[in-house]
Design a protein around this ligand. Structure first.
Ligand SMILES: [Zn+2]
Length: 92
């Protein structure tokens, strides 16, 4: 096996595994982050580190129409009370 290919393969696997390890801290898919690191190497790692947090499973992000504060709310709830200005708005 070509040693250059072997070095590339090992570094791609390391970047993939590091990105897959970052994924759960941001509520993201480990498989998707693994392939981002595997294919893009350092660029993939930077993308993984700078990716915004995703809302936990069963929740979604809601932005307050009055103050633009973001909060995670249940997908099933009908209304949302803003944690900052306490405005109650429909969960749309
Ligand atoms: Zn608000």
């Amino acid at each position: 096996m070509d040693p250059i290919f072997l070095v590339w393969l090992i570094s791609a696997l390391i970047f993939g595994l590091v990105c897959a390890g970052i994924a759960p801290t941001k509520n993201r898919s480990g498989i998707a982050f693994f392939f981002a690191g595997f294919v893009l190497s350092l660029v993939g790692l930077i993308i993984c580190i700078t990716a915004p947090m995703a809302p936990p499973k069963g929740m979604r992000a809601h932005k307050c129409p009055k103050c633009n504060a973001e909060t995670n709310v249940d997908e099933d709830s009908q209304t949302v009370e803003c944690w900052q200005c306490h405005l109650v708005s429909p969960n749309t």
